[in-house]
Design a protein around this ligand. Structure first.
Ligand SMILES: NC(=O)c1ccc[n+]([C@@H]2O[C@H](COP(=O)([O-])OP(=O)(O)OC[C@H]3O[C@@H](n4cnc5c(N)ncnc54)[C@H](OP(=O)(O)O)[C@@H]3O)[C@@H](O)[C@H]2O)c1
Length: 349
């Protein structure tokens, strides 16, 4: 089987993205090919050329970047039984990951090769454009919450028992945060979050018990008081500046002393060393690591399909469609660089 493929190529570090033809790559063992119908854009797709040296130093060029895909399965590789041709799916594309490093697996193309265990079937009621908001944000939250080297929480299930422990999600209104809130709730934890006040109701509707203004001058004391009556299960620190207050909170409260951050900075290792003296362990998240451990299949195969179908999990935040066709993606990246709030930018293909 073969199809005519087009991709948005990044010719070199710091080069200009351009649409061009690409070969169709058939799926190998454990893979599927999806006809992409919607992609979302993330900060890593919008980073400046020089940052590739530090963030994706292994990446081969020309490259096809992009992580968030929704579309239809068109070909299934050997050994894949849970997905069929024609299935509507959402998936985390792994082409820029060090262990994959292949343009065939980048999201920004018409036909993308995907690891089958990072693909989840969609209910008919969920449009591709809205499903596309999920993958990298949900994967990043899942790595932080569930991996053994991060917060090591219990995995989400259909009918979770109440655990009487609290997860703190700092940066609850980010795309990563709204996934973290829902994942932690579906694993039976109470969730306390931070955001700006305009997002409080939204985060409560997703399962947060208490939401505190992250810019409040008393934010640490307010969070300690809100969490106080239950032990901490762990802290997810999302967004710049999230590490100092969350380390302080973990040091002061009973329970887990683990803080998992999405935003390593040049001084993260210094902060982590100082935190260790107070009994707090800081770890940094790379949102693609779940593809190589039990968390990836637990989320994409075991949890998400049924949770989306039952309504126990919502594809949030709301998608803003900013264009159609691969050629619209560079403008979507420009818009992302200007900053977004409570939305994810999506391009339909
Ligand atoms: N390590 C990884 O693998 C990985 C993967 C994906 C993303 N990330 C990082 O995770 C962060 C979130 O990404 P995203 O795509 O989920 O974000 P996003 O959806 O673009 O988040 C937008 C929201 O962030 C909130 N915000 C702004 N500044 C903040 C700050 N300093 N602290 C906390 N919240 C802040 C704002 O809401 P309020 O006004 O309500 O606070 C805004 O609505 C980014 O820094 C991103 O680089 C890391």
């Amino acid at each position: 089987m073969t199809y005519i493929n087009e991709a948005l190529w990044l010719p070199k570090r710091g080069g200009d993205l351009a649409v061009g033809s690409s070969t169709y790559t058939a799926p190998k063992q454990g893979e599927v090919v999806v006809r992409t119908r919607a992609v979302a854009v993330n900060f890593i797709d919008a980073m400046p050329g020089f940052a590739y040296r530090f963030v994706l130093p292994w990446l081969s060029f020309p490259a096809v970047i992009g992580s968030d895909v929704a579309g239809e399965v068109v070909e299934v590789g050997a050994g894949v039984t849970r997905l069929q041709v024609g299935d509507r799916v959402v998936a985390h594309a792994a082409g820029t990951e060090k262990s994959r490093n292949t343009s065939a697996e980048g999201a920004f193309q018409d036909y993308v090769v995907l690891m089958a265990h990072m693909v989840a079937p969609l209910p008919d009621s969920l449009p591709f454009k809205q499903a596309a908001v999920l993958p990298l944000a949900m994967s990043t939250a899942s790595c932080g919450l569930f991996q053994k080297d991060q917060l090591a929480l219990a995995l989400p299930t259909a009918n979770p028992a109440d655990r009487n422990e609290t997860v703190l999600v700092w940066g609850g209104s980010t795309s990563v945060g709204v996934n973290a809130i829902q994942l932690a709730r579906n694993a039976g934890y109470r969730v306390v979050a931070t955001s700006s006040p305009k997002h409080f109701d939204w985060l409560r509707s997703l399962g947060a018990s208490v939401v505190i203004d992250r810019t409040s001058s008393d934010v640490v004391d307010e969070l300690v008081a809100a969490i106080g009556h239950q032990p901490l299960a762990g802290v997810l620190a999302i967004g710049s500046g999230s590490l100092p207050p969350t380390i302080e909170i973990a040091a002061r409260l009973p329970g887990s002393k683990r803080v998992s951050t999405t935003n390593p900075s040049p001084i993260t290792s210094v902060r982590a060393r100082l935190a260790r003296r107070r009994g707090v362990t800081v770890s940094t998240i790379w949102g693609g690591t779940l593809k190589d451990n039990e968390v990836g299949p637990a989320i994409y195969c075991d949890f998400l399909p049924a949770a989306l179908a039952s309504g126990a999990y919502r594809a949030e935040p709301v998608a803003t469609v900013v264009g159609d066709g691969l050629a619209s993606i560079p403008a979507a990246l420009d818009r992302l660089r200007e900053g977004i709030s409570a939305t994810k930018l999506v391009v339909r293909l």
